[in-house]
Design a protein around this ligand. Sequence first.
Ligand code: PGA
Length: 248
Amino acid sequence: MRAKLIVGNWKMNGSRAANEALLKGIVAGLDNARAVCAVCVPTPFLQQCEDVLTGTPVAWGAQDVSMHAFGAYTGEVCAKMLTEFGCRYVIVGHSERRAYHREDSALVAKKAQAVLAEGMTPIVCVGETLEQREAGETAQVVGAQLDAVLEALDAASVGRIVVAYEPVWAIGSGRNATPAMAQEVHAQLRAQLKARNAEAAEVVPILYGGSMKPENAKELLAQPDIDGGLIGGAALKAEDFLAIIHAA
Ligand code: PGA
């Protein structure tokens, strides 16, 4: 049985003052939540996460990383630096980075390798656009996105990643995939993981992301291959994020 994993993706939101209240609110409301939970925050707030969350059950991480280890890459942040702030997770290949920063699957694979090399867990995002779904290309698109990463990893490392299925049309739109639609894609992703490493496929959490909120979380999380959520908008309010954590 895989423990459910609920990860907040703050995107480019937050301020030192607001974060303090949000993080403390999450910790205070956890009670005996069964789910494992984490927040992935903008890089300047990692120190604050380390200060507030050390010793609590809430882990933290980053939203992107450089594929390079060190050097003359102005503006980039490498995986080793993220470890110095206690990061456990790093999101790689989010659709906003694929769309606005032209990241392709080959680059995403290199970023996943960089994260693993520093002992952290990459949250590898895959997902189709509305046009691709309407053209019947969902399976092929997400399949190719995941394959690019799986091919770059040795079989043992496959068990150290998290996968997040985030249909692009569901992100920030208020329009979530139905539980059945999401389960269908998750089952495909699970089969792909199995083909690479059958044992690892049993332990890799596959998260759903895209307008997950308190009202739809329970039904989505009840699907056999949905092991948690990557939460954007609803992760910015302690009450909503906690409701999702407690639904898991
Ligand atoms: P959303 O974002 O929950 O606001 O739709 C999810 C994500 O992009 O990770």
